[in-house]
Design a protein around this ligand. Structure first.
Ligand SMILES: Cc1cc2nc3c(=O)[nH]c(=O)nc-3n(C[C@H](O)[C@H](O)[C@H](O)COP(=O)(O)OP(=O)(O)OC[C@H]3O[C@@H](n4cnc5c(N)ncnc54)[C@H](O)[C@@H]3O)c2cc1C
Length: 463
């Protein structure tokens, strides 16, 4: 096996191949660019900077690469071409303006509209860039849960792992130095003009200091796995369980704050349905919000399923319900991407999914009043296309999916201080950003934020 192939296989499989230490060939004291975190954002920034000829050190605190990106569903939002738009006559033609306005509408005044526009403007180009790197997407985009438009492109594999595999391979091909088990604990300020010049990282052999000649990119994700921070910021949600990877502890939120950076929207999280609080492969039927309904233990709908994700979970929690199910018909199940459909069928044997040849049979299996469920479905069956038996239901438990707060950046991906001025030498991309989504996030705006702003950070800091 070639050395590069060995590194690639071991990094993805989760074996530590390189940890930061002074003797280590992967831990030079001076590099051009330091990238913190090896999800989609960090790998994109590292590869893009290396393409420009920079020497790059990528520091990842966990033993393996991937972060939330690895666990994700793999959808990537991008503005549709006119031809793609024409496939969806029920929707207006897509455009940068439409996409931007949808992000801003959900933000409720708590984001940077300029940042929203930057994301919309660069989303398509980043999708094409990923395709050129070798990631294959299904041709027809989806309208996803929490989305407002069918502009979510799904990887052929139906998950987010492929981003990590392809981007890690690209990084290694450009000799990016990758150091796992290397947790950045603080940022170092230079003597002149408050520039951030380096990081202190904790490796298995103790702390190391690394300096960056050109800049540092923060791509360290959210804090959904940090229970004490959740308890402080969002006490009502702290015990819900989380989808986040164990590395999502918000270390860099604290580090940025310590050097004068501004944190924003730290009190907002997004909850989405999983099967149970600790299920790794949640079984879901709630993909297209125009084709499913949520019902409570009384067989009644309690919310418009096309609302933002956060509003749906608020309606559930505020209603004080004891149970929730998503309900679809057989036609919709058959349209689910193959790997996900397999999970749905497996769910039948795990008491997570139920199927009934009639609505009444389904209601009996769910132990909810037959006449209520019958009436509920009768009222919306044409709108929601719940027409073809058998009818399916999945158990729904709302968990923390994402934290929405983080550092403020500008359109160049520079991290901002309390006065709104860029902190020299410091850049950020992906979920660590706090001023993009605002109060509610548009479904499918996750991986694209990592890739778009990762590319912009690398482009601007290597200029
Ligand atoms: C179950 C699930 C499904 C999702 N599905 C989708 C989807 O289909 N489409 C979509 O757009 N979004 C989706 N999202 C959201 C999306 O995954 C994230 O917004 C996006 O992947 C974030 O990328 P990132 O690079 O910013 O962070 P991550 O991918 O989370 O990477 C951050 C990395 O930084 C590392 N790190 C943290 N602190 C430190 C430190 N101190 N030192 C060194 N390293 C550190 C972490 O260990 C991690 O590896 C989903 C999220 C989840 C949890």
């Amino acid at each position: 096996m070639k050395r590069r192939d060995f590194l690639f296989t071991t990094l993805i499989a989760g074996f530590p191949v390189a940890a930061l230490s002074s003797e280590d060939e992967y831990a030079p004291r001076y590099v051009d660019v330091i990238v913190v975190g090896a999800g989609a954002g960090g790998l994109t920034a590292a590869y893009s900077a290396a393409l420009k000829g920079a020497s790059v050190l990528l520091l990842e605190k966990m033993p393996k690469l991937g972060g939330d990106t690895f666990l994700s569903g793999g959808y990537f939002n991008a503005v549709l071409t006119p031809e793609e738009s024409s496939w969806f006559p029920d929707y207006p033609p897509d455009s940068i303006e439409l996409y931007t306005s949808q992000i801003n509408q959900l933000a409720e005044g708590l984001n940077s509209p300029k940042l929203a526009r930057t994301l919309a403007e660069n989303s398509r180009d980043s999708l094409e860039w990923l395709k050129k790197l070798g990631i294959r997407f299904l041709p027809t985009p989806y309208h996803v849960y929490g989305g407002k438009y069918p502009r979510s492109f799904l990887t052929e594999t139906g998950n987010g792992r492929i981003y990590i595999q392809v981007l890690a391979e690209a990084c290694l091909s450009k000799r990016v130095q990758v150091s796992t088990n290397s947790r950045v604990i603080s940022l170092i300020k230079g003597n002149e003009d408050n520039r951030i010049v380096g990081v202190i990282a904790q490796g298995p052999e103790g702390p190391s200091t690394v300096f960056a000649r050109k800049g540092i990119v923060l791509a360290s994700g959210g804090f959904g796995a940090n229970s004490s921070k959740l308890r402080e910021m969002v006490p009502w949600a702290a015990d819900l369980g989380t989808d986040s990877n164990p590395g999502a502890t918000g270390d860099l939120h604290d580090a940025v704050y310590a050097v004068g950076g501004k944190l924003t929207n730290m009190h907002f999280v997004e909850c989405v349905p999983g099967s149970s609080a600790h299920e790794n492969n949640p079984v879901r039927l709630d993909y297209n919000p125009r084709k499913f309904i949520f019902v409570n233990e009384n067989g009644k709908r309690f919310v418009n399923e096309e609302l933002p994700r956060g509003k749906i979970s608020e309606a559930y929690f505020n209603g004080g319900f004891k149970r929730c199910y998503s309900i679809v018909d057989n036609q919709t199940v058959q349209e689910i991407q193959l790997n996900r459909k397999k999970n749905v069928y497996k769910g039948l044997y795990k008491n997570m999914v139920w199927r009934g040849n009639s609505v009444e049979e389904l209601a009996r299996k769910l132990n909810i009043p037959e006449e209520n469920l019958f009436q509920t479905i009768q009222e919306c069956q044409f709108d929601k296309q719940i027409l073809t038996p058998p009818f399916w239901a999945a158990n729904v438990v709302f968990k923390i999916h994402l934290t929405l707060g983080g550092v403020e950046i500008n359109e160049k991906a520079q991290v901002l201080d309390e006065l709104g001025k860029p902190i020299t030498g410091l850049w950020a991309c992906g979920q660590v950003i706090g001023n993009l989504h605002g109060k509610y996030r548009l479904g499918g705006n996750g991986i694209n934020c990592a890739v778009v702003f990762g590319r912009l950070a690398a482009k601007n800091l290597t200029q």
